[in-house]
Design a protein around this ligand. Structure first.
Ligand code: AMP
Ligand code: MN
Ligand code: MN
Ligand code: MN
Length: 280
C-alpha cells in the first residue's frame, strides 16, 4: 500500500493544482493521499470532484497542516482525516489565514524600510488563498532582489534572515483540540526540522502527547537514519503513532516526490491503523 500523508497544492505554497497533484500521485502509484495545505482546505473538494468525475483509483484523506505555537517555538501539526465542513474548524482556518495576511502586511512594511517596495502587491497578485513565506520568497525573486527562493530564505525571511515577524498563531493545545473536534487526528509534522536542541524537542514531543496529539512523522525526505532512530525512540516512549509523507511542494525536486520518503517498518503502530476503518 503506497501512501503519502503530507502534501501541498497551489492553494497554499505548493505549485500544482489539486487535479495535477492527483495525476502525479497516481503516476507515482500512491493509493492514499492526504492533501494537507498550510491552514487551508480549499484543495480538498476539487481533488475529490476530479477523482469522482474520472473514476480514478486513489483515496483522498481530507487534511490540513496547521501552524501553531508551542512552548518551544512555532510548530506544524498535520490534521489527518478532518471534516473540512466543520464550522468551528472553518472559523479557525479563517483566523489563521487572516493572521497570515496581517503578517504579510508587516513583512511589507519592514521590507519597505530597507528599500524593497511592491511586496504586498506582488503577494496579492500571486496568492490563490493562503499567503506563506514561500510566496514572499517567490515575490523577492520576481522583483529582482534575490536569485532564487533559497537565497530569499537565507538572506531575508529564514530563521537567520534579516526580517523577522512574530505571529500569534493558535496554541498547540487549541490546534490539537480543534483537529479532534473536526473528527481528525493530530500528527506532529517533520520534528527534526524545528531549530531546537534534542532535549527541547524531547519535551515538545512529550507535551504534544500530553495535550492529546496522536502521531508523529517518522518518515520524510532528507531525514537521516540516525535522526529517524531518535524519533522512533521518542515515538515509542510517548506511545504516538507513526506517519510519513513527502511534504511535496514542487515537481522538480526529485528527492521529495509524491510517495517518496524513508521506509517505515510495517510492524510500527501507524496513524493509518486509526483511520482506515473510517476511510474505507
Ligand atoms: P510560513 O508557514 O508562511 O511561515 O512558511 C513556511 C513554509 O516556507 C514552509 O512550509 C516551507 O515550504 C517554506 N520554507 C521554510 N523554510 C524554508 C527554506 N529555508 N527554504 C525554502 N523553503 C522554506
Ligand atoms: Mn510549505
Ligand atoms: Mn511544515
Ligand atoms: Mn508541509
Amino acid at each position: 500500500m503506497r501512501y503519502d500523508f503530507h502534501t501541498h497544492t497551489h492553494f497554499s505554497d505548493g505549485v500544482l493544482s489539486p487535479e495535477q497533484l492527483i495525476d502525479r500521485a497516481i503516476e507515482n502509484s500512491v493509493e492514499w493521499l492526504a492533501i494537507s495545505d498550510h491552514d487551508c482546505v480549499n484543495g480538498i473538494k476539487p481533488a475529490r470532484d476530479y477523482v469522482l468525475e474520472n473514476q480514478l483509483k486513489i483515496n483522498i484523506i481530507d487534511s490540513i497542516e496547521l501552524t501553531a505555537q508551542s512552548d518551544f517555538g512555532e510548530i506544524h501539526i498535520v490534521g489527518l482525516n478532518i471534516d473540512p465542513e466543520n464550522q468551528s474548524f472553518i472559523n479557525l482556518i479563517n483566523l489563521q489565514q487572516q493572521k497570515r495576511w496581517e503578517r504579510a502586511e508587516v513583512f511589507d512594511m519592514k521590507f519597505q524600510n530597507i528599500g524593497i517596495d511592491g511586496l504586498l502587491n506582488e503577494l496579492k497578485r500571486t496568492c490563490k488563498q493562503v499567503v506563506t513565506r514561500s510566496h514572499i520568497a517567490r515575490a523577492l525573486v520576481s522583483l529582482g532582489h534575490v536569485q532564487d527562493n533559497n537565497q530569499a530564505f537565507k538572506k531575508y525571511i529564514g530563521k537567520k534572515g534579516r526580517i523577522k515577524v512574530k505571529t500569534n498563531w493558535i496554541a498547540m493545545e487549541g490546534a490539537i483540540q480543534a483537529i479532534g473536534d473536526a473528527g481528525g487526528i493530530s500528527v506532529l509534522a517533520h520534528p527534526t526540522r524545528y531549530t531546537m536542541s534534542n532535549r527541547r524537542l524531547g519535551y515538545l514531543i512529550e507535551e504534544f502527547k500530553i495535550n492529546g496529539g496522536d502521531g508523529i512523522e517518522l518518515a520524510y525526505p532528507s531525514l537521516s537514519p540516525d535522526k529517524k532512530a531518535w524519533i522512533e525512540l521518542h515515538r515509542k516512549k510517548n506511545e504516538l503513532l507513526a506517519s510519513g509523507g513527502s511534504d511535496f511542494h514542487y515537481p522538480n525536486l526529485k528527492w521529495s516526490d509524491l510517495g517518496r520518503f524513508p521506509y517505515i517498518d510495517p510492524d510500527t503502530p501507524h496513524v493509518f491503523d486509526l483511520i482506515k476503518n473510517e476511510l474505507q
